[in-house]
Design a protein around this ligand. Structure first.
Ligand code: 2AM
Ligand code: CA
Ligand code: CA
Ligand code: CA
Length: 267
């Protein structure tokens, strides 16, 4: 039986190696395909990176479960978080990867019976590794992140995908618009895992997304927990990690205010 500390070390090594492979792949033209719609992109590199993790995990930890965005697992999608489960987004921010060759991350989480034990978010091109192990703090490239520092909503910077503000059926009624008006400013980095890691690292105060999947935020939740930040659905309910759902992340006071005053219901 490996300890969580040992598993974290192995996970970090695989993540750094996966990052090297991605950088190597970027030297050649990359084949891009669409998934659910023309703007929902996937590349051969997303699939190869997920395959790299899946094969390593299967070989090293044959009794661990696997949940990844590109569905490479031979056992199909899991529908339970019982036991030890790896939740992986091989490239978070694929559109950035394709268009910018920058601002994308590898997101790796290990959960045990539904509780986040290890969270890694590796911003490949910036070479920034955000890491956390339950009850042992959160780190950026080995330097411990400070516990959460609150900031008033009017002085807060939050990240949202602003396309969703206009894609809503009734944009003028969209409660997100009022929040956008009242905070200090808005950012949109296009990679949920990085945006959540930035909240943990105090580069952002909050992050909101209308719809995310477990692999987008599983590692981020472990980081947030270690610094004392909060995450929930728009209704304030805990995130289930098994379904796509709305996600609101923030420092505790700001999170509470965003849910109670601005959101509180699905949009
Ligand atoms: P991805 O790059 O791994 O697909 C973009 O604002 C962020 O939302 C990215 O983190 C992206 O993850 C995530 N996302 C989740 N569902 C998405 C979807 N259906 N289409 C595009 N991005 C999605
Ligand atoms: Ca995707
Ligand atoms: Ca993602
Ligand atoms: Ca992805």
């Amino acid at each position: 039986m490996s300890t969580w500390m040992e598993i974290e070390e192995i996970a970090k090594q695989w993540t750094i190696e996966a990052g090297e492979r991605i950088k190597e792949a970027l030297k050649n033209p990359i084949k891009v395909e669409s998934k659910s719609n023309v703007n929902d992109l996937v590349t051969e590199v997303d699939k190869a990176t997920e395959q790299f993790f899946y094969q390593n995990i299967k070989k090293t930890f044959p009794d661990h479960g696997f949940l990844g965005e590109e569905g490479v697992s031979e056992d199909g999608d899991i529908n339970t978080l019982e036991g030890t489960v790896w939740i992986i987004d091989p490239i978070d921010g694929t559109m950035n990867f394709v268009h910018q060759k920058y601002n994308f991350a590898i997101s790796v989480a290990v959960y045990h019976n539904g509780v986040g034990q290890i969270g890694l978010v590796y911003d490949v091109m910036s070479d920034e590794l955000f890491s956390a192990r339950k009850d042992h703090g959160a780190y950026l490239n080995g330097v411990e992140l400070a516990p959460v520092r609150e900031r008033a909503l009017a002085e807060s910077i939050i990240a949202v995908n602003s396309k969703w503000l206009v894609e809503n059926k009734h944009p003028y009624q969209n409660p997100l618009s009022a929040l956008v008006r009242d905070v200090r400013s808005i950012r949109s980095y296009g990679a949920a895992a990085i945006e959540i890691a930035y909240v943990a690292a105090d580069r952002l105060d909050g992050y909101i997304s209308v719809k995310l999947s477990p692999w987008d935020y599983a590692a981020g939740l472990v980081l947030l927990h270690e610094v004392g930040c909060k995450a929930s659905s728009f209704t304030g309910d805990p995130l289930t990690l098994l379904d796509a759902e709305s996600v609101i992340v923030g420092k505790p006071q700001l999170h509470k205010e965003m849910v109670s005053t601005y959101l509180g219901e699905e949009v």
